[in-house]
Design a protein around this ligand. Structure first.
Ligand SMILES: *[C@@H]1O[C@H](CO)[C@@H](O)[C@H](O)[C@H]1NC(C)=O
Ligand SMILES: *[C@@H]1O[C@H](CO)[C@@H](O)[C@H](O)[C@H]1NC(C)=O
Ligand SMILES: *[C@@H]1O[C@H](CO)[C@@H](O)[C@H](O)[C@H]1NC(C)=O
Ligand SMILES: *[C@@H]1O[C@H](CO)[C@@H](O)[C@H](O)[C@H]1NC(C)=O
Ligand SMILES: *[C@@H]1O[C@H](CO)[C@@H](O)[C@H](O)[C@H]1NC(C)=O
Length: 196
């Protein structure tokens, strides 16, 4: 066996990589337009300001490669469903995001989200709004250490009994993981989530 490929072998190699590349790109996601727009609008509302965050692991925002006209499923921090291409994951942990989450935020249009992690940012004392109730597919919600404020819940007994939820996040039927620690301005009693 020589170390060099014959022209024939080289052609086979190139053909193989072409097939490999085209088959992998045909299975790649193409983001839904409305979700791409929602993400870009969300990005617009926040500045990247590490002096207002307690901790950051990034030197540049993950949202830097969020560009109009590109596939949002390929953007940093985004996961899309392999079959439906809907955005199911948004992870912008420790990203020095600084700004307010308004009730009309385009974030709440991402109703297919299953995994949302906006922890370790600075949401400027935003409240955990009723709009979070729109995330009916959410399994994992991490909002720890993000300068959130306001009331979050009734007592744990009431949560277990399934009545008198004072915050929309307790209506999220699929939610399995919830992190809200490190938000000193949240008010309410201890949180207990019923197991699924
Ligand atoms: C970052 O936040 C600090 C503190 O609020 C502020 O003084 C500074 O102007 C901000 N920098 C930018 C680039 O927004
Ligand atoms: C989607 O496809 C990727 C690459 O083939 C795979 O790693 C991942 O586990 C799949 N995700 C789901 C939710 O099926
Ligand atoms: C932070 O909240 C204050 C008070 O609500 C507001 O005046 C200010 O504009 C907010 N800053 C940002 C960046 O959202
Ligand atoms: C969303 O709400 C904020 C604050 O109430 C307001 O400044 C902004 O114009 C609203 N945006 C839209 C698109 O309605
Ligand atoms: C719901 O809980 C709140 C806070 O614990 C309490 O003040 C309120 O009276 C309760 N409402 C009902 C209808 O039980």
């Amino acid at each position: 066996m020589g170390f060099f490929l014959s022209n024939y072998q080289l052609t086979i190699c190139i053909m193989y990589s072409l097939i490999f590349c085209s088959s992998s790109s045909s299975s790649s996601h193409l983001c839904h337009n409305d979700e791409s727009t929602a993400l870009l609008q969300f990005k617009q509302l926040f500045s990247f300001n590490c002096s207002v965050c307690d901790f950051s692991v990034y030197s540049a925002p993950l949202t830097d490669n969020w560009k109009e006209g590109t596939d949002c499923c390929a953007w940093d921090g985004i996961t899309c469903d392999n079959t439906t291409s809907h955005v199911i994951g948004l992870v912008l942990r420790s990203n020095c995001l600084y700004g307010t989450i308004h009730p009309n935020s385009s974030l709440f249009n991402l109703v297919h989200l299953q995994h949302l992690d906006l922890s370790d940012n600075n949401f400027n004392h935003s409240q955990i709004l009723p709009s979070f109730g729109r995330f009916t597919n959410l399994i994992h919600l991490d909002l720890h250490s993000s300068y959130l404020s306001g009331p979050i819940q009734s007592s744990s007994e009431e949560v277990w009994q399934g009545n008198n939820f004072s915050n929309s996040i307790f209506h999220l039927q699929k939610l399995q993981l919830l992190w809200l620690d490190g938000n000193r301005e949240l008010t309410g009693k201890d949180v207990v989530i019923p197991p699924n």
